[in-house]
Write a protein that binds this ligand. Structure first.
Ligand code: UT7
Length: 325
């Protein structure tokens, strides 16, 4: 049976030039390199300069993904951009990227699922491509979390960073088997009962301000591994594969301990796990496409590989995608 599959044609990324190491928090909050590395695995993160924005980072990542795919901006008829830190309340950052790329056809919109944003955006774009409403999509995760951090709160300000990653998806005919290239299965979940564990304390309809990120880290940690492994197991069952079939595990990069525990529980060995949290910190929706781009460019992820993506974050939202490269 012939089906439509969304194949990843290229990846790209953009990180701000400024790197902030753990030691750079000295004098700002009471913390230490030792605490941050032991509890999170984070060593450094990139922080946007004044003129850098979510949209400018997204544009950089998108242009790199287009070049990797050998395509022009005009070839794209859908942009789905995942962010919790848009340039403006509206228009959508995706539409601003569309303008910067000089695209005047098709459609573009943002997806708000915080750290799960890229998994949600990829799933959304895949459905539009499979439904025949678009042929080639840019899926972007872009964030400037430095702008919504409380830099006096040591329990959150050391954890996050800025950046953007992008992939180009193209609709192609597949056989309808797990051997096909492209997005093979997605599973998304949310449960608003956990809203108060990770949120921003402002917004246009409440305070009229942007607000700052607030998190009960321990509470989020407590739920993370179980939620992640549950939705991944669901994806395995839906596709009829097992952990052994996975070539690369590219998780959301929030905390090294969450990544390691999830991989262990799923039975995926450390050498198959792509880790960037040490260099990027938690870049929310950008973390998975940034990690993907690194593993593609350094030659780890190759055509035909089965790649497992998962994320969990504010809401709570969580989800997993299996894609054959
Ligand atoms: O991407 C979206 C999803 N988000 C996540 O996945 C984040 C999930 N949570 C985590 O990654 C971890 O819970 C944290 C890294 C946020 C915290 O690690 P933890 O092992 O859960 O530490 P904790 O919150 O239980 O805090 C332990 C201690 C506390 O001191 P007391 O109460 O034991 O005296 C904190 O006040 O560490 C203290 N602490 C710090 N100490 C030094 C908290 N932040 C810091 C800091 N430096 N930056």
């Amino acid at each position: 049976m012939s089906v439509v599959r969304s194949v990843i044609r290229g990846t790209g990324s953009r990180l701000p030039e400024r790197v902030m190491a753990n030691a750079d928090f000295a004098g700002m909050v009471e913390t230490s390199d030792e605490w941050i590395v032991q509890r999170t695995g984070i060593k450094r993160r990139h922080i946007a300069a004044a003129e850098e924005t979510t949209v400018s980072l997204a544009e950089g990542a998108a242009r790199e993904a287009l070049a990797a795919a050998g395509l022009e901006p005009g070839d794209i008829d859908l942009i789905v951009l995942a962010t919790a830190t848009p340039n403006n309340t509206f228009p959508a950052s995706a539409v601003q990227v569309q303008r910067r790329l000089g695209i005047h056809h098709g459609f573009a919109f943002d997806v708000a699922a915080v750290c799960s944003g890229f998994v949600y955006a990829l799933t959304t774009a895949d459905l539009y491509l499979r439904g025949g409403m678009a042929k080639r999509a840019l899926v972007i995760g872009a964030e400037t979390f430095s702008r919504i951090l409380d830099w006096q709160d040591r329990s959150t300000c050391v954890l996050f960073g800025d950046g953007a990653g992008a992939v180009v998806l193209e609709a192609v005919a597949g056989e309808g088997t797990p051997a096909d290239r492209g997005v093979l299965v997605s599973r998304l979940r949310s449960d608003g009962a956990h809203e108060q564990k990770l949120y921003v304390d402002g917004g246009p309809s409440t305070t009229g301000t942007v607000g700052k990120l607030r998190m009960e880290g321990r509470e989020v940690f407590k739920h993370a591994v179980g939620m992640i492994t549950d939705v991944v197991e669901d994806s395995f069952a839906a596709l009829g594969v097992a952990a052994d079939d996975v070539d690369w595990f590219v998780p959301h990069q929030a905390n090294r301990r969450i990544i390691d525990a999830s991989a262990r529980k799923l039975g995926i060995p450390p050498e198959k796990v792509v880790v960037t949290v040490d260099d990027h910190g938690n870049t929310s929706a950008a973390s998975i496409p940034l990690a993907l781009d690194r593993a593609v460019r350094d030659g780890r992820i190759r055509t035909g590989d089965l790649v497992l993506l998962e994320a969990m974050g504010g809401g709570f939202t969580w989800g997993a995608v299996l894609v054959r490269w």
